[in-house]
Write a protein that binds this ligand. Structure first.
Ligand code: ADP
Length: 158
């Protein structure tokens, strides 16, 4: 049996936490699709196309078969369209757990054939979130501890 997995998220921007999940999921999935949700484009920090290019650059350093796509549909439809049988999500804390359990329940009801798999956030980076990175960046703070160097440079460049 081959495992085809979809890792959906906003990745706005991609953080070291996302990189950790991608690396770990790519280690057990035969094929991993990183799916960038572009539902709220007007409010985006980085345009979806820019996020896609930056993620493509980063995954070139990660072992495994990894693809990147942009979607603006339901996650389960993106999974079906990509031929994925697993959804990957990361769990950082209790707030993630409550939200993710609900999402997994809804997605499971919509698409019973697509299984959600949670990966526990790794120690030391489990506090990193894109929304806090955006806030720090907008106030002129140093985001380099939280995101890959090329992402920090791209954000700094504007
Ligand atoms: P969304 O808007 O769908 O929550 P995010 O880009 O914020 O998109 O997150 C995508 C996924 O990555 C979520 O499952 C989230 O819990 C997970 N994630 C985000 N940051 C981390 C982190 N530091 N460690 C592990 N998982 C994370």
């Amino acid at each position: 049996m081959t495992i085809s997995a979809l890792y959906p998220g906003s990745f706005d921007p991609l953080t070291n936490g996302h990189i950790d999940i991608i690396t770990r999921a790519a280690a057990f999935a035969d094929r991993l699709v990183v799916a960038i949700g572009a539902h709220h484009e007007k409010k985006a920090f980085l345009p979806a196309e820019a996020r896609k290019t930056l993620i493509e650059d980063e995954i070139s350093n990660i072992a495994g078969h990894i693809e990147v796509m942009i979607f603006d549909s339901l996650v389960v439809d993106a999974a079906r369209g990509a031929g994925a049988d697993l959804l990957i999500r990361g769990l950082r804390n209790g707030a993630d757990f409550d939200y993710e359990m609900q999402m997994a329940g809804m997605n499971g009801a919509l698409a019973p054939e697509v299984e959600t798999v949670f990966l526990a956030a790794s120690p030391g980076i489990n506090y990193i979130s894109s929304s806090l990175v955006r806030q720090i960046s907008s106030m002129g703070g140093d985001i380099s501890p939280f995101v890959p160097a090329r992402i920090a440079a791209a954000i700094l460049k504007g």
